[in-house]
Design a protein around this ligand. Structure first.
Ligand SMILES: [Zn+2]
Length: 308
């Protein structure tokens, strides 16, 4: 049973949008691609674990803190007598293991996920102790990408490769497991200790004026949407969607990028690339947001009507 589902982080959403709307430096772009890839790998692992039939409690993506140290847990699964802690890596290509280091074939050293795993396990254990939780923790690194190879990996490393994942999940599935109140309390405790996300420091500075305006095509990611009747069509890939939906999607991006900024008809008109008429923008805002103020171009509150 999934107790806590994974969500895209705000940082990832911001970077994804910025990647389309401004020129990122090569370093910023690499950082963004790595985030995107890491998230993709985690989601793929979630799809495997949600198929587990035996009784267990799944908590994805926890940000915890113990002794003023924050740490991230990619995935945690509570079984009857063990808590499994997973670090998911979406590395791709050929790597080798040498003297406790992980290296690319061109001899570039990368962070050894085993160190990250050990750190996570140690902090998790401290957190358990502080909260009088007594469960054994089994920590494993999942290399989720089928295109990943690790030469000279020692046999005793807690690594699960993609080719072993099905067998490993089968093993978990065959575990006789019953979860009771003790397990549920542990899951609830961990969810209550989950910290709100703080934005990554590597996000570049940006402002409204500098960003490229327009509705991003959900099909191909280009800014080639044109209005035809009540729909927007992409002149690049042919993707089409209702104007309301496309505008709301573009407003979602605006809200994530500029959480402090008010929503006005004029700004959204500009943000959507000035192709959807102002009266249509105004109607969409009126339908989905609460109006505040009686100015010529009304200001809308962020609270969506549907959420109330
Ligand atoms: Zn398109």
């Amino acid at each position: 049973m999934i107790i806590k589902a994974r969500k895209e982080s705000e940082s990832l959403k911001i970077l994804r949008s910025l990647n389309y709307r401004m020129e990122l430096t090569a370093t910023q772009q690499k950082y963004y691609f790595n985030l995107e890839k890491g998230y993709e790998g985690e989601v793929q692992f979630d799809r495997s674990t949600e198929k587990i039939q035996t009784e267990c409690l799944i908590l994805n993506d926890l940000l915890l803190e113990v002794n003023n140290t924050k740490f991230q847990i990619d995935s945690l699964i509570i079984f009857k007598d063990t808590v499994y802690h997973f670090e998911v890596k979406n590395y791709e290509g050929d790597y080798y293991y040498e003297a406790d280091n992980l290296l690319t074939i061109s001899k570039k050293e990368i962070k050894n996920p085993f160190d990250q795993l050990k750190r996570g396990q140690s902090l998790l254990r401290q957190l358990f102790q502080q909260n009088s939780i007594t469960f054994p923790i089994d920590s494993l690194v999942i290399f989720i990408n089928p295109e990943f190879s690790l030469y000279q990996a020692p046999l005793n490393m807690p690594f699960i490769f993609q080719s072993q994942l099905t067998r490993f999940l089968k093993k978990l599935n065959n575990k006789p497991s019953v979860v009771n109140d003790r397990h549920k309390k542990l899951a609830e405790k961990l969810v209550s200790l989950h910290q709100p996300e703080s934005l990554f420091p590597n996000i570049p500075a940006y402002n409204f004026g500098q960003l490229k305006k327009g509705n991003l095509c959900a099909g191909c990611g280009s800014f080639s949407m044109i209005v035809r009747g009540k729909k927007l069509y992409c002149s690049n890939c042919g993707f089409g969607e209702s104007t309301d939906f496309a505008v709301m999607r573009t407003i979602d991006e605006y809200k994530i990028l500029f959480p402090q900024r008010t929503i006005t008809t004029n700004d959204i008109y500009e943000w959507c690339g000035e192709i959807v008429p102002k009266r249509v923008i105004s109607r969409i805002l009126g339908k989905n947001f609460e109006k505040s103020g009686v100015h010529q171009w009304s200001i809308y509150k962020y609270t969506s009507k549907k959420e109330n």
